[in-house]
Design a protein around this ligand. Sequence first.
Ligand SMILES: NC(=O)c1ccc[n+]([C@@H]2O[C@H](COP(=O)([O-])OP(=O)(O)OC[C@H]3O[C@@H](n4cnc5c(N)ncnc54)[C@H](O)[C@@H]3O)[C@@H](O)[C@H]2O)c1
Length: 437
Amino acid sequence: MEKELIKKIKNKKLKIGILGLGYVGLPLAELFLKKNFSVIGFDISSKKIKNFKKGIFEIEDIDSDFLYEKIKENKFILTNDYLKLRYADAIFICVPTPVTKERVPDLSYVINASETVRKVLRKGHVIILKSTTFPETTEDIVLKILEGKKLKVGRDFYLGYVPERVNPGDKKFTIEKIPVVLSGVTEKCKKIIKEIYKEIVSYVHTVSSPKVAEMTKLYENIFRNVNIALANQMALLCDKMGINFWEVIEAAKTKPFGFMAFYPGPGVGGHCIPVDPYYLSFKAKEYDIEIDFITLAAKVNDEMPYYVVDRVFHILIKEKIFPMDAKILVMGVSFKKDISDIRNSPAIKIIKLLKQKVKKIEYIDPFVPEIEDLKMKSLKYKKEILKNFDLILLLTDHSAFPYEEIMKNSKIIFDTRGVFKKKNKKIYRLGGGEIDF
Ligand SMILES: NC(=O)c1ccc[n+]([C@@H]2O[C@H](COP(=O)([O-])OP(=O)(O)OC[C@H]3O[C@@H](n4cnc5c(N)ncnc54)[C@H](O)[C@@H]3O)[C@@H](O)[C@H]2O)c1
């Protein structure tokens, strides 16, 4: 069975199944297709499947024409019938792992997906969990669902955890070029999963167990969360001390070792960075450990939208604009530049907080035509509209914004991303050291 699988991998005859076609699943499907594998894509969202079949993929970095061609060639089969997954030899689980309102990990998607896989599981299947989650999920949750009386892991089917490192919007480090950390429940599982990955990426680093791979992913993301929190707290202090923190970062960056630049901002967003500290703290409690340092960092970042709102009011008052009369234009609402993802975006929270308190709030984002939740549509950028607003609140530093023009045509700007470098009396910056009240 093992030899047969390896032969299929090498001959590109291995049929790939992807469960969950989002920011992780779809680029993975594309990569396998580019390497000449055929792919069965399964998603519970029938709207998504319908759109994909029409060639509408709604994720940047995706080669839509290529995917559409593969659909027409029957190399990329899209379905919301899970039974079709039984034709796949390897199934990748790429479903969400959010937290609840109380910030408790919500593993219901992983559990549902594993139950779906169990219904089609057969001898020779290779199952790979990709969703970001706390250590022991693969072996304590997924494996327990999959392994029944009949099928045994490492003997009848193969299971492993391979965290995803895709960085949406990143043109340089595409998933093909990002090294992969890989694990298997048994040595045989690891060996087979490694053979699959060797066909699609240039570097594979294997680790001894799924829990090491799960912890690696959380460590990487928490590393970012903690360092961003440090930058945010430094920015808050610098604001009060009259020190431009952006200048401090540029200076610190000249140190050729032991320093890595992280930047302050209106908060962290997306599906990983704001969520992962809570995944780890939840698990740590099982071991009677409070990971205070990590949860404190998450709290610092979670509070940033409130700080931005406070600063908006301070700026308005300083400029002698009564907040209830203020018209605000938010520029950029996605959680980071040049992408359309607004999940957990601090901009959404900031708009919600400001909406009831100012006269008018609108937004412009070339990547986000509408925010359903807030019933808002993006305005079209024209320099003429800038003058209609008392304050331009820059929350996401998209490359497409014409910053020079924005500076010339706006009344006041509050820049939370350090885009406007030069001191200018109509520009306020987060971390700019400009609080003088
Ligand atoms: N977005 C990123 O940049 C990124 C990067 C690395 C890791 N991750 C992790 O990868 C996982 C997936 O994230 P994403 O951003 O791709 O999420 P997503 O919401 O973009 O996509 C998930 C997809 O899974 C589908 N789905 C949910 N339950 C399903 C089920 N039972 N069966 C079939 N389909 C189902 C949803 O309809 C959706 O299309 C998460 O754990 C996330 O933390 C995300």
